[in-house]
Design a protein around this ligand. Structure first.
Ligand SMILES: NC(=O)c1ccc[n+]([C@@H]2O[C@H](COP(=O)([O-])OP(=O)(O)OC[C@H]3O[C@@H](n4cnc5c(N)ncnc54)[C@H](O)[C@@H]3O)[C@@H](O)[C@H]2O)c1
Length: 437
């Protein structure tokens, strides 16, 4: 913690405390007057990338934990993947033999719905498809006891729509973990228009029990974290297919800035199939580049190729000549209007849209304060701590500079949603202009 400026440390500590003092709008309940459901048994539905990590966290924290998969075949895949994770976590000294034994012997992995009847909390982590999640919740409604809280790990989908299939929609709450869920200490707790304070209190309590920091956010497509992350991801892809940067070049600039990993490495780790489902489900525009990548099943680590390729045996990341040729083909035809001359321009191109999106989230009432956004990125994304998170980075840069740049980019690319400037930044820009007159 020594290298962290005191101002940044205080700012983040304030955010940490603020996150605990959650409150639903319209006096629907808050941290002081809401009781969590007592929790002994937790079920996670879907043993994929996220579900496995979530189940591990609950199991290690002492909950009776059930991981529900589709069928015997997917159970075997899930078990195999868990063993790979245990081995990796042991190498990194985050798991020892005792904990691995506990996971092997007490984490129940099943395809039997009836085992879920006594759960206090369900966290669904099946594919990002509204129809599938609704069908699942409707089925669980007939199986689970009436007090069971239904959490969803959805990255983007409408909680109100999802909860509409339940007899009691107040029990649905978003519990949005970050990847890898067994490690990352941040969780977005999402409330819909009907979510009860009891459901929020239960989600918050569950997160604390597994040593994660919950931050309460409102319901909108992609919530807060993924809204900002989407800006960063889309900008990183533009650097490839519009400007001709190669994945390792962008990643290097970003790690030099202080991030643990570059955006293309992160995209490959999270899985581009998740983005495909997210964009398809929400009807968001798809770029030509994404279309080609998805057609080639370039989903990242899980298909051994994405922005990079991955050795089938060692899983080691390597530069991919085919990918680099695709980038050259697409970028040679592109005519971007925004000028990028050096590494700092690359960083600004990636991060300024995140600052803007943060202000949009605050203006829409999805989250209360800038430092809550920042702590999410510090704990949830490996954001370099000395710059305090995206919003503080914007302030450190000079918020007038960020505002002026975004307004300028918006004038160059008026159709691009990423550069639709928030009222906050637009008014800062207007004040600047009138001060100069
Ligand atoms: N991957 C990420 O980085 C990430 C981060 C946060 C949230 N999420 C969200 O978490 C959810 C899961 O994502 P993922 O990346 O783990 O997906 P995944 O494809 O890795 O895993 C999904 C799993 O769900 C299982 N499944 C599907 N239908 C099922 C059913 N009816 N019953 C039981 N199991 C079923 C599948 O067999 C599969 O193992 C999605 O909603 C996604 O948006 C993903």
């Amino acid at each position: 913690m020594d290298k962290i400026p005191e101002g940044v440390r205080n700012y983040l500590m304030e955010a940490y405390e603020l996150a605990g003092k959650w409150s639903l709008p319209n006096q629907r309940g808050n941290y002081e007057n809401s009781q969590a459901v007592p929790m002994k048994t937790v079920a996670v539905i879907g043993g994929g990338t996220m579900g496995r990590g979530i189940a591990m966290a609950f199991c290690l924290a002492g909950f009776k934990t059930i991981l529900k998969e589709l069928n015997q075949e997917t159970i075997q895949i899930c078990k195999k993947e868990l063993e790979i994770t245990y081995a990796r976590e042991k190498v990194f000294k985050r798991l020892n033999d005792e904990k691995i034994e506990k996971l092997r012997t007490t984490l129940t992995i099943t395809d039997d719905f009836d085992t879920l009847s006594d759960c206090d909390l369900i966290v669904e982590a099946v594919f990002e498809e509204m129809k599938l999640k609704k069908t699942l919740f409707a089925k669980l409604d007939n199986i689970c006891k009436s007090t069971c809280i239904f959490g969803t790990n959805t990255s983007s989908l409408d909680l109100d729509d999802m909860s509409s299939v339940l007899r009691d929609p107040t029990k649905v709450v978003g519990i949005h973990f970050f990847n890898p869920a067994n490690i990352i200490r941040m969780v977005e707790v999402v409330y819909g228009s009907k979510t009860s304070s009891k459901a929020v209190a239960t989600a918050v309590e569950a997160c604390r029990a597994i040593k994660k920091l919950p931050v309460l956010v409102g319901n909108c497509p992609a919530f807060v974290f993924n809204r900002l992350l989407t800006m960063y991801t889309l900008q990183s892809q533009k650097l490839l297919f519009q400007y001709g940067y190669l994945p390792h070049q962008v990643d290097k600039i970003v790690t030099n800035f202080g991030f643990l990993m570059g955006p293309l490495t992160v995209s490959d780790m999270n899985g581009l199939d998740v983005v495909e489902k997210l964009k398809t489900e929400n009807g968001w525009p798809i770029t030509e580049f994404e279309r080609v990548m998805w057609a080639q099943k370039r989903y990242g680590r899980k298909t051994h190729k994405g922005f990079y390729k991955y050795d089938l045996k060692t899983h080691k990341k390597e530069n991919d000549m085919e990918m680099e040729q695709l980038i050259r083909d697409l970028s040679s035809k592109a005519q971007p209007n925004i000028q990028i001359l050096n590494d700092q321009d690359v960083i600004n191109f990636l991060l300024y849209p995140m600052v803007n999106e943060g202000f949009l989230c605050i203006e829409e009432g999805i989250i209360d304060r800038e430092n809550l956004i920042d702590i999410m990125f510090i704990l949830g994304f490996g954001w370099p701590v000395p710059t305090g998170g995206p919003m503080m980075f914007g302030r450190q840069q000079g918020i007038e500079k960020v505002a002026n740049t975004l307004v300028h980019w918006n004038s160059l690319e008026p159709e691009d949603r990423i550069f639709m400037v928030s009222d906050t930044l637009r008014s800062i820009n207007e004040k600047n202009l009138s001060a100069k007159l």
